[in-house]
Design a protein around this ligand. Sequence first.
Ligand code: R5P
Length: 291
Amino acid sequence: MLILEGTSGNSIGRNVAMLGGFSYSAVESKIFPDGESHIKIPKSDEKSVAIVQSAYAPQDKHILELFFMADGLRERGCEKIIAIIPYLAYARQNKRFKDDDVVGMSTVMRLLKESGVGTVITVEPHRYEAMKMFNGRSVVVDVSEAISKAMMAETDKPVILSPDKGGVERAKKVAGFIGCEYDYVEKERNYDTGAVSTKGPISKDLRGKDVVIVDDVISTGGTIEQAASMAREAGAARVIAAAAHLVMAGNAYERILSSGVSALYGTNTIPYGKAKTIDISEHILKALLSL
Ligand code: R5P
């Protein structure tokens, strides 16, 4: 199998190839003066190829390049095309929240299939049900263990806090690895403004404790900001935030810091220089070897 790293592989492709002993190549890409992407795939006789292309910003460009790579391989007669998409953009547009919404995830999944992709591997796609929209095989990489290991090194008997009810299973899993308590707060989002508000009470005693808020995505930082403020008010000594995907839109970092978060962790599904990075390449390799 060949591992083909796209423009947004963030070196995960190289790591997976090295760890797994696969051959490796990287696409050549350029942007034409009018802004169009142009992709060249180095020649290879491999009939099985795993493309690594994360769909962080600019999401549309990275997704389109992924379609180009898959379609180019399909045209060349490649028999097995796996798309490793560490951060799957549009996964939060997995349903119609309002009557006139377009379900972006469904379109992305259909176009992946049309481009020749038979299998998708991704990391924590917000709602795992979103993967059912792909008419092929899909494998989800869970990074709870990787996050737990980092938190064991950073904290002492922490309490794991989910910033919403939907994330409570993740918090439970992380707490299970660490062997500590977990809790969650209730969150409400206004879908017109995007603003979030959270409410307690937090049932666990947080006084003097390290509190780790664990989420799948940090985008505007609003969710973490609210949960961190609640944890501080409840007497937490230190608040740490950890997420699978650090989208970090706008002033998310400043918002999070000013709410009392003292350390921020994220995985390398998205490059983000201001946080401590957890490399999840070995977990992606495991998913690839499970096929
Ligand atoms: C939502 O349910 C997700 O799990 C995240 O909590 C959310 O997407 C984070 O977004 P933001 O950082 O914009 O609050």
